[in-house]
Design a protein around this ligand. Structure first.
Ligand code: NAP
Length: 368
């Protein structure tokens, strides 16, 4: 049920194509400052009465808000209606769902309304249902109404429109998985492919926030990559999610601990790993202040991969230096080639994981 609306009403399609200069990165829509890339821009142009060459106009059905952003808004607003109000305000102020506190966005599900000339992608036509694989923090968006909020999956059903630039990755919705399940997985699709690249057979691995969406995918991929001779240790603060993770069987050990307590996490991981630090750590939490747990459990010349958007570059870099840890620190790139296909395929490869994600994130199973 719609709880709020503005005077917005969509213009008929096709929209005219603007003749002013534009580029595939979307700098033509940056308003503050003019000519910036759209992600760092404070405000972007969400006037879709005309399109620019290369743009894809999408009728938006659902926003999948980034976990760190959703949590911050929940804490700031104390109610789901308050979260909706914050989203509406952000989109009104900035022309995009770019959380001004966390700096993060999310992605969206919608239907293609128009393809402006100048796109090179094949295989997508007007009417296709697509998910954007580029962050909402750079996606021009206009909202007519916000409807149901599903807190467990951080998804908000909306009426609105968005534009995807020529360089913006997207995925057509799969036939064999529900839209909302696929959307939930696309949101964190960059995580597991990186685990597959970075974890070697026999490696010992820690996943922080291992009971959450990206954490479970990372734990599953770590198990597959490290193999039977490897060791996978999950750290999760929320007991029911820790139980879910244990039941999946990807981890040799699941530790219930607060990742903001590096001393306790280090003690627990060493106890679980025969007194040794691990080869690789993946941070998939949705809270701030966990950098030192990741660093302290990782061996000298090991690697720490910060997928979490709540990560502070300063805390990580200065923290590692402060404890004399020569570890490689990776920033979690949300994009990897074929990441959407890779992560969706994991749902097919691991039926128990799929069943859990359907229970948690599929709207048919989640009360609004
Ligand atoms: P999620 O499903 O909410 O998972 C986060 C998990 O961490 C939850 O199980 C959470 O438990 C747990 N957690 C919270 N506080 C903790 C603590 N103090 N110690 C240990 N565990 C704790 O989130 P997600 O969707 O997987 O996203 C995870 C992170 O990835 C977020 O920061 C998100 O912004 C980021 N992300 C990054 C990219 C990228 O491109 N790098 C893309 C998408 C998302 P609760 O349920 O109790 O909160």
């Amino acid at each position: 049920m719609s709880t709020s609306s503005t005077k917005w009403s969509p213009a008929p399609v096709p929209r005219p194509i603007a003749t002013e200069p534009s580029d595939p990165f979307g700098t033509h829509r940056a308003l503050e400052p003019l000519g910036a890339l759209p992600q760092p821009a404070w405000r972007v142009d969400n006037d879709f009465s005309r399109l620019f060459p290369g743009e894809m106009l999408v009728a938006v059905e659902t926003l999948n808000i980034d976990a760190a952003s959703f949590r911050q808004m929940e804490e700031a607003a104390s109610s789901l209606d308050g979260v909706k109000a914050l989203v509406e305000k952000t989109v009104h102020d900035r022309g995009k769902q770019h959380n001004p506190v966390t700096g993060s966005g999310g992605m969206l599900l919608g239907r293609v309304l128009q393809l402006a000339p100048g796109r090179t992608d094949a295989g997508v036509v007007v009417g296709d249902r697509v998910a954007t694989l580029t962050s909402l923090s750079l996606t021009p968006l206009v909202l007519g109404a916000t409807k149901d909020v599903r807190a467990a999956s951080a998804q908000i059903d909306v009426e609105g429109e968005a534009v995807l630039f020529a360089t913006g990755p997207f995925a057509k919705m799969p036939d064999d998985l529900s839209d909302r399940l696929a959307l939930a997985v696309f949101d964190v699709a960059g995580a597991a492919p990186q685990v597959a690249r970075l974890v070697k057979p026999g490696a010992s691995v820690v996943v922080l926030g291992a009971g959450g969406k990206s954490g479970i995918l990372c734990a599953a991929e770590a198990r597959r990559a490290a193999g039977a001779s490897g060791k996978v240790i999950g750290v999760e603060s929320y007991e029911p999610y820790a139980d879910d993770l244990r039941a999946l069987g990807f981890c040799d050990e699941v530790v219930v601990a607060d990742a903001r307590d590096p001393v306790a996490v280090r003690a627990a991981v060493l106890a679980a790993n025969g007194g040794k630090e691990v080869d690789a750590t993946f941070s998939c939490v949705n809270v701030e202040g966990t950098e030192m747990s990741a660093i302290l459990v990782t061996r000298d010349r090991g690697l720490v991969y910060f997928f979490a958007m709540s990560t502070s570059f300063t805390r990580a870099a200065l923290g590692a230096e402060g404890v004399g840890k020569d570890v490689d620190l990776f920033i979690g790139n949300g994009f990897a080639h074929r990441h959407a296909e890779h992560s969706l395929q994991m749902l097919r490869d691991f039926p128990a994981l799929r069943a859990l994600f359907e229970r948690r994130y599929d709207a048919r199973n989640e009360s609004p």
